[in-house]
Write a protein of this length. Sequence first.
Length: 401
Amino acid sequence: MSKSMTQSLALPASMVMTYSTIILVALNLRPSMAGIGPLLNRIQADIGISFTQASLLTMLPILAIGLASFVGIRLALRFGESRVMVLALGLIGAATALRAFSSGLYDLLLTALCAGVGIALIQSLMPVLIKSAIPDRLTFSMGVYVSALMGGAAISAATVPWLADHLGGWRIALALWALPSALALWGWQRSSDVLVLPPIKLDAEEKATPFYRLPRAWTLALFFGLGTAGYTCLLAWLPPFYLSLGWTANASGLLLSFMTAAEVVAGLLMPSLAKHSKDRRLVLAGVLLLSIIGFVGLWLAPLHFAWLWALIVGLGIGGLFPLSMIVTLDHHDDPRRAGGLLAFVQGIGYLLASVSPLIAGRLKEVFASFGPAWFTLTLVFVVMLVINLRFNPKTYPGLVD
């Protein structure tokens, strides 16, 4: 390796701490949802819930993420990013820990909602903080953030069956994921001075055009929401799908973990491929096609090439998530305006995506199969291919001013 390349890869100590904090925080954004699927059979046997009711354990936190996304930036403007991040991590940690005492469905739903609010506050803040603190490494930094987010889901899905077997049941297995929240709080306190925005007056924000009046904001929200619907359905129903086909809880959890590991790789790789041009459409089309192939495989041949379909759909979904956020951030150079747009896009997008696990669960009960859900998601991603054609960066100026 050349000396110049070595120097380009080197990071100052402050930047290492910044990336470490981003990773620690992001690792907490999916375990509260990803841990449910591999343990669903045990939860159903213990507290007696249907597939439709079980879908609420993913639907409600996604709904909470959508609703709370609209207030994250406003809270940060009024109280400061650091305080809001501490509140969010505290909510996730407390809600997760309380699962050790769950006695029924409503307890689990309440903890899912509280964790969803904490997740939403972080997801509305972190991209704008990254764009402000590391603007020259936006695609790489977003890739690190999303890969860590997906990594938390992968580790959770792979470990919760083992934890449940060896540490006293599914409640403890879920509750132990409060520990990474405490670690993230410690990391945030160490480096939060780097990931903050300069002061701004609230009335400066109020003079800007509201995003709900901008057609492009709705297009971006629809695109993000449809993609997140695919991810949410996989997170909620991939393990139960294979449990229904005769797989064990450990095997189905490992399959979700494997898929999520592919998402981690794609989260780093795809933004790197897209960084050479502000026109992200070609790379977006590639990840959408991968997702379509994966959903078709799950629909038509789930038992023959299960690991291959998990790999392909993981690479597609894993690349789509960061690219959707990067394309949104591309629409404005000002970090706060771009962050406000992303908060709106995530808010509407997660509200749309929140109903997807419920629809898939209902389809499973009506047709006694998850096949119709995978077929529906195939059609959804074909529609996204068409929407993707509109993301020509030459048209961005003025669309969200």
